[in-house]
Design a protein around this ligand. Structure first.
Ligand code: AHG
Ligand code: MN
Ligand code: MN
Ligand code: MN
Length: 331
C-alpha cells in the first residue's frame, strides 16, 4: 500500500514551485498527528484529561489536550523550518518562529490543533485542522498579513480525525485523498483515494438546541429537511457529534449538510474562518461539494483578523444550495 509520504512525493508535479519542501511540511504535520494520536488514545489512563487552567482568546477554557496538541504541531513545524508563522486557535497572537532557518520558510499555517475538545472525556472522535498558504512577505518573521489571505489562495488543507481509526485527509487543489494510520507500523496508508461527497446523502447536522435563535431561513431549511418526500430522501436524518471534523468527515463519506449558522446572540456563528471554515471549505469543494456563509462562498472572503468567525454551511452541493435559497428568500 502507498504511504502518505510516497503519495505526496509522487504528487510533487502538482506544484509549480515544487522543491520537496512542501513534502517535508506535510510529513512534519503527519509526525505531530501521530504524537497527538498517541496521547488521545490513552486519554482515560494518563493525566491528560481535563482543563489546563487558562482561557484562549475566544474565552474558552483550554483543555490539557488543546495545549498539548498545539505544542506538538508548533514544535514539529519548527524542526522542518518550512513555516515562518502559525495562526492557531490556542494562541491569541500570531506565532512566529525566532530561528533564522524557519524565518526563511516559504509557508504560513493556520490550525485548530484540537477540534471538538469538549468531546475528549467522552471518547468521541476529535480532530486537528490545518490550512497552508505561501507567505506574502519576502523574509524574516511571518506577519499577520501573510495569514489574512482569502481561502481561495490556500495551497493545501486537511484534517486528522482521531476516531475508531485515525485518518489524515488532505487536498492540494487536485482532489481529496484520505490516509488511515496503521498503528502497528506507525504509517499513514492511502485508504480513501479521490474522495467525493455523495449527491444522494440524507444527513443534516446542526445544533438544533439553538433553534429559537436561528435566522428564519435556517428554520425553514430545517423544516424542509423534515418534510416527507421519499423521492428526495426526505425526511433527512439528523447526525450531530459536536466536533466539526467528525461531523464533516461523516458527511463527506455519506453525503449531507453541516450548518453552524449565525444566531441572534452570535450573528457570525461560532466557527473560525482561518482554521476551521477555510480548510474544510477547500476540502468540500475539492470533493465536489460546496461551502457558504448562507449567502457567499467561504473561500472568497477577505479575512480581517486571525480569529474571525463566520456562519458556515458545508456539504453536498444541492443541499447547501437549497439552504442558501431559504436564506435569500428570508433575508
Ligand atoms: P473547538 O473544540 O476547536 O473549540 O471547536 C468546537 C467547535 C466545533 O468542533 C464544533 O462543530 C462546534 O464547536 C460545536 O459547537 P456547539 O457545541 O455549539 O454545537
Ligand atoms: Mn476551542
Ligand atoms: Mn474547532
Ligand atoms: Mn480547537
Amino acid at each position: 500500500m502507498k504511504t502518505l509520504i510516497q503519495f505526496i512525493s509522487e504528487k510533487q508535479a502538482d506544484f509549480p514551485f515544487a522543491t520537496g519542501e512542501f513534502t517535508r511540511l506535510l510529513n512534519d504535520i503527519g509526525i505531530a498527528a501521530k504524537l497527538v494520536n498517541r496521547e488521545v488514545n490513552k486519554a482515560g489512563l494518563a493525566d491528560i484529561n481535563g482543563y489546563f487552567g487558562q482561557q484562549n482568546v475566544q474565552g474558552e477554557d483550554q483543555k490539557k489536550l488543546d495545549v498539548f496538541a498545539n505544542d506538538c504541531f508548533l514544535t514539529a513545524m519548527r524542526h522542518g523550518g518550512m513555516v515562518c508563522a502559525v495562526a492557531s486557535e490556542e494562541n491569541d497572537e500570531l506565532y512566529t518562529y525566532d530561528n533564522a532557518f524557519s524565518q526563511k520558510g516559504k509557508y504560513v499555517v493556520a490550525m485548530d490543533p484540537l477540534d471538538g475538545s469538549s468531546n475528549i472525556e467522552v471518547n468521541v472522535p476529535i480532530g486537528t485542522i490545518f490550512s497552508i498558504y505561501r507567505r506574502k512577505s519576502e523574509s524574516g518573521p511571518g506577519t499577520v498579513e501573510d495569514l489574512l489571505q482569502p481561502g481561495n489562495r490556500q495551497i493545501a488543507a486537511g484534517y486528522i480525525i482521531y476516531g475508531s481509526s485515525t485518518m489524515l485527509v488532505y487536498t492540494t487543489g487536485h482532489g481529496v485523498n484520505g490516509f488511515t494510520l496503521d498503528p502497528s507500523v506507525g504509517l499513514f496508508l492511502l485508504s480513501h483515494p479521490e474522495m467525493t461527497i455523495p449527491e444522494g446523502g440524507n444527513i443534516y447536522s446542526i445544533n438544533e438546541a439553538n433553534y429559537i435563535y436561528f435566522h428564519e431561513g435556517v428554520k425553514q431549511f430545517i423544516k424542509f429537511c423534515q418534510q416527507d418526500d421519499p423521492a428526495t430522501l426526505r425526511p433527512y436524518t439528523t447526525r450531530y457529534i459536536g466536533s466539526l471534523v467528525s461531523d464533516f468527515h461523516r458527511n463527506l463519506i455519506r453525503g449531507g449538510i453541516y450548518i453552524y449558522p449565525g444566531t441572534l446572540k452570535n450573528p457570525n456563528g461560532k466557527l473560525r474562518l482561518l482554521y476551521e471554515c477555510n480548510p474544510i471549505a477547500f476540502l468540500a469543494e475539492q470533493a465536489g461539494g460546496k461551502a457558504s456563509t448562507g449567502y457567499e462562498r467561504i473561500l472568497d472572503i477577505q479575512p480581517e483578523s486571525l480569529h474571525q468567525r463566520v456562519p458556515f454551511f458545508v456539504g453536498t452541493r444541492h443541499m447547501v444550495e437549497k439552504a442558501e435559497e431559504f436564506m435569500r428568500k428570508n433575508a
